[in-house]
Design a protein around this ligand. Structure first.
Ligand code: ZN
Ligand code: ZN
Ligand code: FE
Length: 762
């Protein structure tokens, strides 16, 4: 007989960990107890030493799907002669869970019940268990029990209670436990949001409406979706028209992996992502000739697919007989996704022909996550449902609790406590007032849920970001740490890789505020998680019209052409000569034309010159479509470029793009196909990245490179840069957990602030 005390930290509360250990202890005939403690669980077990070893092995090897062990320590204890194994009530809890699980897609066990006519939850659209179901989106406050979730209004029935209280049941202490007797119910509403009388089967009504080509608003986990059959051109075109959704692609839901493979090429790795409990939207290469309406994603060689992740989705997709469904977030263009019932009906009436809703409130709005596989690893695009608020371990722990407010676009924020960063779900662009309201509300909500009262605030250097202004407004006498935008990008990449530098950091994005007051965005920083210097950057050009240039890439193209000594009238086929001349004057007189070294704008400019896109309906569209074209041909070498000496202290090199732009203009005049121009430009960027990194390594001896910034969502650029850098012996750090775009900024801000506090600065 032996007794051991085992202390485990990590995501082990609210994920079925205690019943799991209870089951193991019974299997190995061990006695003792398990209880929740601050940040983890404490187990004491006694019995045969070999059985104790077996339990420890099983703990590590066969965890419940949602559990994550961070640390496990054990020590021997005097034997106490317990007779059985028990689960202690959480009397020692201080009421605040250290970790909260994200929402999780329906598990296989629940799915089997859903389609089993003998099960009491047969076709019940809200079944869930320890291993799956809603979490973050239904939690109202702490401690995490039923009274503090949006299930509080549903009185639990006797059958459910028996499961809830049985430690060997899959639904032991599952807060959202529900069944047809006691749980949420569906409702079918007409276009104006009124219940339709006489409907006994709302799913049947929805399937019929969808098959008739109608647009149905469907209430999901973190918000409403607008749905329509993906093969019906008129339906999808009508949805796009009613939603005012410019040209951003719509995501599709497919019944299962096989249905996904029928539409797209799906590698084993992509299949695993699609099928993972997180159930993100995965960007996949579409197959030729598939029966999908053109308006789903016009001209796009990729399709965003996801699998059903709630029982309701599974029932719908099953009853639709395998037809793919457009599932786009329920909002008008640029607004946050609708999640409150009355608000949803109000905002979506005029878009939806009918509503499939239910009476379980969504407490926290949360979009679908979006991701893709690049160079053999996941590259997240939007981190939201299924991922947030899973903690990320910081390389340097926060000595004081902190709040990092992130950026302006694709906003997220992050709370830091000790070694953990809790990065919020994607919220949206803060220049929209509804998004800003959601952002402010979510910050308060996370602070309450995690019991974190920030003593330090961290924000971007940009004085006009809504996040910066909020930090100033709420700081009071709390210190603020200000972080340069591109430094935060690099620090985010380092943090998720668990390192703190030194590194050569490539931060390529739209724009961010530089320490010299100009707009940066094509930066080679040398530094670490604490400080940096701007070692090299793209040659700055004027950005005529400032933000207007984002939607009219021909403006920045004009600027680049003038800079390279080329005649901007070559843009003339679809931009008025007078407009080009007006912009040329702005550039020459530096009137409303701030200087920028943005890599994103360079991609825009080349896209516009090559004739891929001269006007766009959303930021980054010109660059994205340039990548589509580049993928159509093979590499035959890159355009020329120059590397000149730096023009300010600390800056060693400037990447001079004038030869590049001149060569693009030459190819255009020669009538070279746009795909070829696009490819040669991508190759030039990869060549230039390698050349500058080699020079900086010679200068500094630093052989590690971190790549970050939204431009690195470009798969050709990322994969090419990684392969060439690794080929030259560099160690390359890239994003796998958080997006390289501004959705990851808050994590980097937090990492830098933690490092500065540790160094006594700040
Ligand atoms: Zn389940
Ligand atoms: Zn029940
Ligand atoms: Fe950025």
């Amino acid at each position: 007989m032996d007794r051991r005390a085992i202390a485990i930290s990590g995501i082990v509360q609210g994920v079925g960990f205690r019943p799991f250990v209870h089951g193991l202890a019974n299997r190995w005939q061990l006695s003792g107890f398990i209880r929740n403690v601050d940040g983890g669980v404490r187990i004491e077990v006694e019995g045969d030493p070999r059985a104790l070893d077996g339990l420890l092995d099983a703990l590590i090897q066969s965890l419940p799907p949602l559990a994550r062990i961070e640390t496990l320590d054990w020590s021997s204890q005097p034997v106490q002669g317990d007779r059985s194994f028990r689960i202690d009530p959480s009397a020692t809890d201080n009421g605040v869970p250290i970790f909260l699980p994200p929402d999780v897609g329906t598990c296989d066990d629940c799915l089997a019940e859903l389609f089993d006519p003998r099960d009491r939850r047969f076709r019940y659209p809200f079944l869930n268990c320890t291993h799956c179901g809603p979490r973050l989106t239904i939690i109202v406050g702490s401690p995490y029990d039923r009274e503090q979730t949006s299930m509080a209004a549903f009185a639990i029935c006797e059958a459910c209670r028996a499961e809830y209280e049985n430690p060997s049941d899959r639904r032991f202490h599952v807060q959202p436990i529900a069944c047809p007797e006691c749980g949420p119910r569906l409702q079918w509403l007409d276009a104006s949001g009124h219940p339709v009388s006489g409907i006994v089967d709302p799913i049947g009504a929805a399937v019929e409406a969808l098959n008739d080509g109608r647009i149905v608003a469907i209430k999901g986990l973190g918000g409403y979706h607008l749905a329509g059959l993906a093969r019906l051109s008129e339906t999808v075109a009508e949805l796009r028209r009613r939603k005012h959704r410019d040209e951003k692609p719509f995501a599709l839901m497919v019944r299962d992996l096989d249905a996904g493979r029928a539409l797209c090429e799906v590698s084993a790795q992509e299949g695993a992502l699609l099928h993972s409990p997180r159930r993100p939207i995965v960007l996949l290469r579409r197959r030729p000739g598939i029966e999908i309406a053109n308006d789903v994603s016009p001209g796009d060689p990729w399709l965003g697919l996801m699998l059903p992740y709630t029982p309701l989705h599974h029932l719908l997709m099953h009853d639709l007989g395998g037809q793919a469904l457009v599932m786009t977030s329920g909002n008008r263009s640029d607004e946050p996704i609708a999640h409150e019932d009355r608000d949803a009906v109000e905002r979506l009436s005029g878009i939806a022909d009918a509503f499939l809703i239910h009476d379980r409130p969504i407490h926290l709005r949360c979009d679908d996550s979006v991701t893709r596989v690049v160079a053999g690893a996941e590259l997240p695009i939007r981190r939201a449902r299924g991922e947030a608020p899973r903690p990320i371990r910081l390389p340097i722990a926060c000595d004081r609790p902190m709040l990092a407010l992130g950026g302006q676009l694709k906003a997220t924020f992050a709370l830091g406590r000790g070694p953990h960063a809790f990065l919020s779900h994607h919220i949206g662009d803060l220049d929209h007032c509804l998004s800003f309201a959601a952002y402010e509300k979510s910050i308060a909500h996370y602070e309450r849920l995690f019991g974190i009262s920030p003593e330090v605030l961290v924000h971007d250097l940009h004085p006009d970001y809504a996040s910066t202004r909020l930090a100033e407004r709420i700081a009071g006498d709390r210190p603020r740490i200000v972080v340069q935008h591109h430094h935060a990008h690099i620090a985010a990449c380092l943090a998720e890789n668990g390192v703190s530098g030194p590194v050569i950091g490539l931060a390529f994005d739209g724009t961010g505020y530089g320490t010299d007051g100009t707009l940066w965005g094509g930066e080679f920083l040398v530094g670490d998680g604490n400080d940096f210097r701007r070692a090299a950057h793209l040659r700055p050009v004027a950005l005529p019209g400032g933000d207007r240039a984002i939607h009219e890439p021909w403006r920045v193209a004009t600027s680049y052409l003038i800079d390279a000594g080329e005649d901007p009238s070559i843009l003339g086929d679809d931009v008025a000569t007078a407009a080009i001349e007006a912009v040329a004057r702005m550039v020459e007189r530096r009137w409303n034309a701030p200087m920028t070294s943005s890599a994103g704008r360079l991609f825009d400019a080349v896209s516009a010159i090559a004739g891929v896109r001269r006007r766009v309906s959303y930021e980054g569209q010109a660059a994205i479509e340039l990548e589509w074209r580049a993928a159509e041909v093979n590499d035959d070498g890159g355009y020329p470029f120059d590397i000149g000496p730096g023009d300010s202290p600390g800056t060693s090199w400037i990447l001079d793009t004038r030869p590049t732009i001149a060569a693009v203009a030459d190819d255009l005049r020669l009538g070279i196909e746009t795909a070829r121009i696009a490819r040669r430009f991508h190759s030039m960027m990869i060549d230039a990245i390698l050349e500058i990194c080699v020079r900086l390594r010679e200068e500094t001896g630093i052989g590690s490179v971190a790549i970050s910034g939204g431009v690195f969502l470009n798969a050709i650029l990322s994969a090419g840069a990684i392969a060439r850098l690794e080929g030259e012996g560099f160690r390359v750090y890239r994003h796998r957990l958080v997006p390289p775009n501004d959705g990851g900024l808050a994590l980097g801000q937090l990492a830098i602030a933690a490092a500065r506090l540790r160094n006594g600065g700040g």
